[in-house]
Design a binder for this molecule. Sequence first.
Ligand SMILES: [Ca+2]
Ligand SMILES: [Ca+2]
Length: 185
Amino acid sequence: MMRETDRVWLAQMLILNITMKLLTVSALLCAMLGLTTAAGQHHVEKRAICCPHGWNKYGYRCFRYYSNPLNWAEAQRACESVNANLASVRNIRDYYFIRKVIYHATHANGETWIGGSDGQVERYWFWIDGTRFSYTRWCRTQPDNFSGNQNCMTMNWLGKDCWDDQHCGIRHPYVCVKNMLSFLG
Ligand SMILES: [Ca+2]
Ligand SMILES: [Ca+2]
């Protein structure tokens, strides 16, 4: 007969073994998808099913904070250069995840560009990545289109837990988002 402590130890070992195997399989799967799509195509495509290093996974999307201050358009260009867009916010869970990403990187709730804009028509807000614009988190009295010229969205206005519309030429850090299944090119 096995002693109780032996049985517990055996069960722990078994769980550890299964966990290690699952981790290996998921790592292999990442690599394999890249290989099979690359080998079978004339133009090489790679699919990511995991967030790249340095990106933060939330649901099926990957987020990343960039600390170098850029204007809104430059920030979007910079996101595009890594096959991403300025971050869209679909709901309160996305909102708090992005806020956490910023806080984790800086230990502060600093003003940061995300992907909302009413640059085409005043008061018609869109997300630059095409996500439907439904959830909002405006600060009280915002968006105010101050000076008739504020068309870009920032998180953490004055460190507060809400959004502001600001002049797109201001330089801020920014958060990019990409889908886990986006083509890496
Ligand atoms: Ca505006
Ligand atoms: Ca404003």
